[in-house]
Design a protein around this ligand. Structure first.
Ligand code: GLN
Length: 537
């Protein structure tokens, strides 16, 4: 819409990690898109891994996969869910990737004999990666979130790169700094000192934040806001309170109330003459906060203590719950805690079971016992990736009678390898970025549960796996009642399995959770939650 140059917004964080920079960036992005601007959000991660694909979820939380097959930070999931815009590899950059590019260029002789240094070579590469987004589309705004906390050694090159960029971009760039205002219960006081120190640290690197977003558990009165403004050289209306919210989906509205979008526009020299269209968002929030009914489902996974490991799944469940005007209570159960003896007591009064994706043998038997119980007791089931593979193994063991059935990931010697390594994976030895990643086509069988959820035959979904359904067993499965209702036409890979005689039993090799957004809840999750409602205890 605007003819003005692209505006850059850099988001940094101070005082502590986990303040929710991603949600603030996504909320600001939402407010700007709600005014008709085109926005993209990028995350710069200061760690040395090339991407989070090789990291344990305990280290990093979920690995989010984009359409183009990038394994990225989970904040990109928030960006897509809030803005309903696709992200790509260009939206997530790590120190590993920066150094890899620079070192490859050096080996290539591209630097013509120069000494390679953090400044300017690493910082130039960071700047190039930020500017790369301009080439994808003519965005009105590029929001760049800098991971980590100011003062970290690892963040320094990023801070320096955006300091230089601000110098080049001048009035077309601004800095938002997110900090924490702790409340001391004993003194009954909110404390601004950590924020003052954090801004000083930024100033030492030559960056004056334009806007401070202050996370707090209690409202900031105007005296505190004025005090922060005075000590940190920002205008009074540029101290934005970010109070703890009941749901992340409230944050864009809270930021609007605080005037974050208005201050951003003013500071970037744009007129505040656009209407903020948030009606649909508000309706979503109203339904989320006032559900008319509720259901109880179980999610079985390996990292249930760490809900970030299944971020996209839990958000997809929320979206689908709202679509069904229903609150979904999710009980997270560790796969290793389930067995044949306790499956009934854990699951019989539940309205549905979701088995999560994963890697490795740990907890496999628990997943299989849980699936057997819901299959035999007509409780709706959704299995995602390893969850689908577990359903196939369970069926092979308990229905087809292959007691030793397994995935070759878990047992290479299995006499019934019903899940095995994909042909293309057999030659691969490197671990990073080598799975079947990103979007692939899938063709659904008419009248299947999957088809009835999507209401179309041709779908595209994102993948992240090495193993797949072994087609040598397909006839045996289909004769016994588990059928393949979704396939990739090109190479005949089984992407969806179902049991038509069961009220709702669907396993998918792909990850529907990566594509659910507030404005477009994912049809499979909507279908699953609807089935849970229909079969409610
Ligand atoms: N470990 C399985 C595979 O590689 C499943 C992966 C997943 O659940 N994302 O095929």
């Amino acid at each position: 819409m605007s003819k003005s140059p692209i505006k850059y917004i850099f988001v940094t964080g101070g005082v502590t990690s986990s303040l929710g920079k991603g949600i603030i960036a996504a909320s600001l992005g939402k407010l700007l898109t709600a005014r008709g601007y085109s926005v993209t959000i990028q995350k710069l991660d200061p760690y040395i891994n090339i991407d989070p694909g090789t990291m344990n979820p305990y280290e990093h939380g979920e690995c989010y996969v984009t359409d183009d097959g990038a394994e990225t930070d989970l904040d990109l999931g928030h960006y897509e869910r809030f803005l309903d815009n696709k992200t790509s590899q260009a939206n997530n950059v790590t120190t590993g990737r920066i150094y890899q590019t620079v070192i490859n260029k050096e080996r290539n002789g591209d630097y013509l004999g120069k000494t390679i240094q953090i400044i300017p070579h690493i910082t130039d590469e960071i700047k190039r990666r930020i500017k790369l987004l301009e080439q994808i589309k003519k965005y009105d705004f590029i929001i760049t979130e800098i991971g980590g906390t100011v003062g970290d050694i690892e963040s320094l090159p990023y801070i320096e790169a955006v300091r230089q960029l601000k110098w080049e971009l001048n009035d077309d760039a601004l800095f938002i700094h997110l900090t924490l205002i702790p409340y001391l219960t004993a003194a009954k006081e909110l404390k601004t000192k950590p924020t003052q120190h954090s801004v000083k640290t930024l100033l030492e690197s030559g960056i004056q934040p334009d806007i401070l977003v202050c996370r707090t558990e209690h409202h900031l009165n105007s005296d505190i806001k004025r005090k922060i403004a005075r000590f940190c050289n920002v205008e009074n209306d540029s101290v934005i309170e970010s109070i703890d919210a009941n749901t992340i989906y409230e944050v864009p509205l809270l930021m609007q109330k605080e005037g974050l979008d208005k201050v951003v526009l003013r500071k970037l020299g744009l007129e505040d003459n656009t209407e903020v269209e948030l009606k649909k968002w508000q309706t979503f929030l109203d339904k989320l906060q006032n559900p008319s009914r509720e259901i109880n489902i179980v999610l079985v996974g390996k990292y249930v203590e760490l809900q970030d490991a299944y971020k996209s799944i839990s958000e997809s469940i929320i979206h689908a719950g709202v679509e069904n005007e229903c609150k979904v209570n999710v009980e997270w159960i560790h796969a290793e805690e389930i067995n044949k003896e306790n499956a009934s007591s854990l699951l019989s009064d539940k309205d549905g079971l979701l088995v999560a994706p994963g890697f490795g043998d740990r907890g496999m038997n628990g997943k299989i016992d849980a699936i057997q119980f819901v299959r035999e007791n007509n409780i709706p089931f959704l299995g995602i990736c390893l969850g689908m593979q577990s359903a196939v193994i369970e069926y092979a063991r308990n229905v087809l009678g292959h007691t030793d059935a397994n995935s070759t990931e878990m047992n290479e010697e299995s006499s019934a390898p019903v899940i095995n390594l994909m042909e293309q994976q057999k030659e691969i030895t490197q671990k990073g970025g080598t799975m079947r990643l990103g979007t692939y086509d899938c063709n659904l069988t008419k009248d299947s549960k999957a088809y009835n959820s999507y209401l179309k035959e041709d779908i595209k979904e994102r993948h992240r796996h090495r193993f797949e359904f072994n087609n040598e067993y397909l006839n045996e499965f289909e004769t016994a009642g588990m059928i393949a209702t979704g396939k990739n036409k090109e190479n005949n890979l089984v992407e969806v399995v179902e049991i038509p005689t069961h009220p709702w039993f669907v396993g998918v090799q792909f990850h529907p959770e990566y594509k659910s957004t507030v404005s477009n809840p994912h049809p499979l999750f909507v279908g699953f939650i609807n089935a849970c409602l229909q079969n409610k205890k």
